[in-house]
Ligand binder design. Structure first.
Ligand SMILES: N[C@@H](CCC(=O)N[C@@H](CS)C(=O)NCC(=O)O)C(=O)O
Length: 208
């Protein structure tokens, strides 16, 4: 079976899949598409992924898109006993709700900050929107910080998919240049992630 991950390695949603595949030591090829690489608006790519976004996972004639769905599939299909996505139904549901909250609560304001500060020149920035997004993103991080004040990872004593989907973004949060509220539990969790070789190599990279 040939496993291909379509998507540039600088995308937060592609990083989720890279981190999961690397953590489970599953072999894969990665093809750069999206962003400066383009090629996501071709009929071939749209046939795999109608959203035209990255990532897409391809395993022979099976294709899957939506990063959170992809990493759940990978655990379910290839590592059913992994602690990344626990088997216990309630423990799994708790990981899932934190994963969904990353997509529905954190992602939009965090993207406004990232696109504003990293991808937009100062004279073209909407500073009011960025300021509001910082408040909204801090509020989102406040939710996971409540857990992290009690346990080393979002869902307890071990790293799960919830840490993967939020952990990619927290690097951006700490590296971008703006005034952040001090939240020690969040900073300690980020430091914990920074000690992981996979995080160092694939996630904690310069922002582009
Ligand atoms: N909900 C989707 C969102 C995917 C998404 O927004 N991907 C961004 C990169 S993080 C993208 O494709 N941007 C356009 C591009 O890179 O060309 C997922 O989680 O996979």
């Amino acid at each position: 079976m040939r496993r291909i991950l379509w998507g540039r390695s600088t995308s937060s949603n592609v990083m989720k899949v890279i981190w999961t595949l690397e953590a489970l030591k599953l072999p894969y090829e990665r093809i750069d598409v999206g962003g400066p690489f383009g090629k996501t608006d071709t009929p071939e790519y749209r046939a795999m992924n109608p959203t035209g976004l990255v990532p897409t996972l391809q395993e022979d004639d099976f294709t899957l898109w939506e990063s959170n769905a992809i990493i759940r599939y990978i655990c379910n299909a290839y590592a059913p006993d992994t602690t990344l996505w626990p088997r216990d139904q309630r423990a799994r549901a708790i990981v899932d709700h934190w994963m969904d909250a990353q997509q529905t609560v954190q992602n939009r304001p965090a993207s406004t900050i990232f696109l504003g500060l990293v991808r937009t020149p100062p004279e073209k920035r909407d500073n009011a929107a960025i300021d509001q997004a910082i408040i909204d993103t801090a509020r989102a991080y406040g939710m996971i910080a409540g857990n992290l004040a009690k346990t080393p990872y979002i869902c307890g004593d071990t790293l799960t998919l919830a840490d993967i989907v939020w952990g990619i973004h927290v690097h951006r949060w700490f590296v971008m240049d703006f005034k952040r509220p001090e939240v020690p539990a969040l900073r300690e969790w980020y430091d914990r992630l920074l000690s992981l070789p996979i995080y160092q190599e694939h996630i904690a990279r310069p922002l582009v």
